[in-house]
Design a protein around this ligand. Sequence first.
Ligand code: PGA
Length: 251
Amino acid sequence: MKLSIHPNYDAMSRAAAQCFAQQILKKPDSTLCLATGKTPLGLYQNLVDMFQKGIISFSKTRCFHLDEYLELSFDDPRGFFNTLNQVLFSKVDVQTDRLYRLFDTKRMIEEACLDYEQMIQQYEIDLLLLGIGVNGHIAFNEPGSSWESQTRLVSLSQTTRDRASAEFNPDPVPIQALTMGIKSILRAKKILVLSNGKEKAGIISESFFGPIDVQIPASILQLHPDVNLIVDEPAASVIQEKMEKHNAIKL
Ligand code: PGA
């Protein structure tokens, strides 16, 4: 794992955008897999800026996304695909027939998940972006998810639903979601993990510097051969404290 610690959110977002730009410049027809949530918004803004300056083009890329709430209407702005459309897809030159949407209507859920999983395997994700939940979830793989899990229907944990409640207020947060599985995520050739803020400091330390534990889904990333962990200083604070203690003992 490569770890880089940046002084603040903006610097972290720029570093993550550089990583995406390098991938797209090296392989213009890269298959990307994108995350939603608050963490990557700065990264997406940087990618839009780079596109507008003519530095990168998404015209040949394919884009998947990690997960989606169940039972939202097709155009609900709180849906993850629609969020990505608003912050990135609609602002760059990605071709709509190269966007892959995880969605539950029209087809049976199982069939939709299987199709999505087959597409992921067919196109092979070159670069996959992950945020990490405060409970260690990756995508919507909540604590206890099987390492062998593939794209499927899941129930959301109370922690995850509580954290989304402001966004859905006054509506209830969906109880279920569709998500790429842990095995589907680990198939990506390169994984970029992005995390910021003090509230993530504990889980970042546990995930990457503790035992691999099914109750901390992100901890399995320790076994992936190409993970780039990009964080800001507050998110790295527990790791840094541990390193300081370790060095003090050695001295
Ligand atoms: P956040 O979500 O970026 O909004 O913190 C991350 C996650 O839950 O995966």
